[in-house]
Design a protein around this ligand. Structure first.
Ligand SMILES: *[C@@H]1O[C@H](CO)[C@@H](O)[C@H](O)[C@H]1NC(C)=O
Ligand SMILES: *[C@@H]1O[C@H](CO)[C@@H](O)[C@H](O)[C@H]1NC(C)=O
Length: 228
């Protein structure tokens, strides 16, 4: 009897482990693909999106030409991220990967941000980038480097990271991400540009700033350097 209880507990522990592992990244697909459709009449429901009948799949469901052209970097950051995720490529649904093209004007910045659902590996196609991420508390160590054409850098899931074009020419990079829908939280925009605004009392204390500085930051326009 005692042994049975012990076995049952062991099974429960195993299940708990398996589930926590499964939720560490996108769920594993249980079919070759699941082209996302909006039409609920022609659909089954898998991993958060409706799947198109696989017999109806076309090459275009797995393709996207939107990374051919540079993004428009005429904004106050001088950068633009063009994603190729499940919103652009319905055939990515359930597959756990995506890409983005990042364009940088000279001195353009992809400002500190995190991807809540993905690790990123970035390849520099053109130009010179100063990149980095900061580790979790309590150390908050900056791990940074200058990258040249052809170099690759990893930004671990959830950590705050950035890229600055330190060259005098345009720069281009391709980011590969371990989620079909990595998400993005731009730190300054989320904190000072939230709608409705976070109470000034929170931000004065959190950032050790005077009230008028916080009010000024909250009144600014915070660029979102992403297309959707
Ligand atoms: C599905 O619907 C959403 C919201 O109405 C829309 O933004 C999206 O483009 C649609 N996707 C497809 C593949 O039609
Ligand atoms: C780029 O964006 C700026 C600012 O929104 C706009 O004025 C300009 O027309 C855009 N350029 C192109 C080529 O779309």
């Amino acid at each position: 009897m005692k042994k049975m209880v012990a076995n049952t507990l062991a099974y429960i522990a195993l299940f708990a482990m398996a589930f926590s592992l499964a939720y560490a990244s996108d769920p594993s697909p249980l079919q070759d693909f699941c082209v996302a459709v909006n039409d609920t009449n022609a659909a089954v429901f898998v991993n958060g999106k409706f799947c198109q009948d696989p017999k109806l799949a076309t090459p275009n469901d797995f393709s996207f030409s939107g990374l051919r052209l540079p993004g428009n970097t005429s904004n106050q950051l001088g950068s633009m991220v063009t994603p190729a995720s499940v919103a652009q490529i319905p055939g990515l649904n359930t597959l756990g990967v995506s890409l983005a093209r990042v364009d940088y004007a000279p001195y353009g910045l992809n400002p500190p941000h995190t991807h809540p659902r993905a690790t990123e590996i970035l390849t520099v196609l053109e130009g010179t980038l100063y990149v980095g991420f900061v580790t979790s508390n309590p150390d908050n160590r900056l791990i940074s480097k200058v990258l040249y054409k052809g170099d690759v850098f990893v930004f671990p899931q959830g950590l705050i990271h950035f890229q600055l074009n330190v060259g005098t020419t345009n720069a281009v990079a391709i980011a590969s991400l371990s989620s079909q829908n990595p998400g993005v939280i731009t730190i300054a925009r989320a904190v000072f540009g939230s709608k409705p605004a976070i109470s000034v009392d929170v931000l004065t204390k959190a950032f050790q700033l005077d009230k008028d500085v916080v009010a000024n930051l909250q009144s600014k326009f915070w660029t979102d350097n992403h297309t959707y």
